[in-house]
Design a protein around this ligand. Sequence first.
Ligand SMILES: [Fe+2]
Length: 358
Amino acid sequence: MVEQVPAEPTKILIVDDDASVRDVIGVLLGEEGYACTAVSSAAAAVDAVRHGEYPLVISDVRMPGHDGFWLLERLRDVRPETAVVMLTAFGDTEAAVECLRNGAADYLLKPPKVTELVRAIERALGRRRLELARSKYRRSLENRVREKTAELSRALRELEATYSQTLWSLVAALDAREHETGDHSQRVVRYSLAVARRLGLPERDLPDLGRGALLHDIGKIGVPDAILLKPGKLDDAEWREMRRHPQTGYDILRSIGFLEHSAEMVLAHQERFDGRGYPRGLAGEQIPIAARIFAIADTYDAMTSDRPYRRALSGDTAREEIARCSGTQFDPRCADAFLSMTPAELSELARPTAELPI
Ligand SMILES: [Fe+2]
C-alpha cells in the first residue's frame, strides 16, 4: 500500500499592528489548515520573509512606522514571488486601488469574513503557482536558446575555419605551380589587412579583403604553363593571355556566396590609380579600396622577395619605390598608410606564423 505523504501546510505571514486582528486571523486560518506566523510591523515582516519562506503575506495597510505600501515595495525587492493580500479599512478605496497598483494580489475590507479570506488566499496562491511555473518555463526556454546559440556559433566558427583552410590549400596548390612558397600569400594578406586597419576600414570588411588578397591570382589557373612559367619575356599574344587572369579569377569566385565581395577585388587587383592598369582601366576611386590597398602590399612583397632572375630589394629601397609611385600606380592615401608602418612593424608582419591571418 502506498503511504500518502500529507501535504505541508501553506505558510502565511500575518502583518498587523493590532494584536486582536493578528490573533483572530491566525486562529481562523489555523483552523483552515494554514500555518500562520504573525508580526506586528512591516519591518518585522521584511525580516521574517528574508529568513523564512512565506508564499503568502496578509498585511494591514495603515500601520505606525512603515505602512503596507512600504512593505509591498520591499517585498518586490526581497521576495518578488510572494503573493500579498492587503487588508484595508472600510471606505479607504484609494488605498485599495493603490495596493493593487503596487503589486498586491488582492485586498479585503477589515474585518474580513473567513470565507472571503480563504477564497482570496487560494486565488492569490493559484495565481502565484501559475506565475512561478511560467517563469520557470521561460527560464528553461532562455537556457535552451542560449545553449543552441552557443552550439550554432561554435559550428559557424568551425565552418569558417574549414572554409579558410580550404582556401589556403587551394592557394598553396597555385603557389606550388609557380614554385612559390605559401609565405608570399600570408605576407600579402597581412600587409593588406594592416593597411586597411590604418585607413580605418570597418573590421567587418576585413575578411573579404583578406580573402581577396589571398585569392588574387586564382585566375592564373587558366594561364597555360608555357606562358606562366616562361623564363623569358612574354610576347604580345602571351601578355594578352596573361592579362585575362583577373577576369578568370572573378568568374571563378563570383558565384560563391561568401566570396562575392572578394571577387570584385580580384577583378580589380591589376588596376592602377592613374587608369593605366587592366582589365578595365579603372582610375582613382573607381577601383575598390581593397584592390588599391592590395596593389601596394603585393608590389612591396614582390620587391622584397628573391626572384630567380634577381635578388630581393632592401625594405628601404622598396619603400622608396612605393613613395615614388604614389599617385601614379598607387592611391596616395593607401601609400601613405603603408609607409606609416615602421620597418620593424613590416618585418614583424612578414614573419610566417602557424596562425593564419584569416
Ligand atoms: Fe595578378
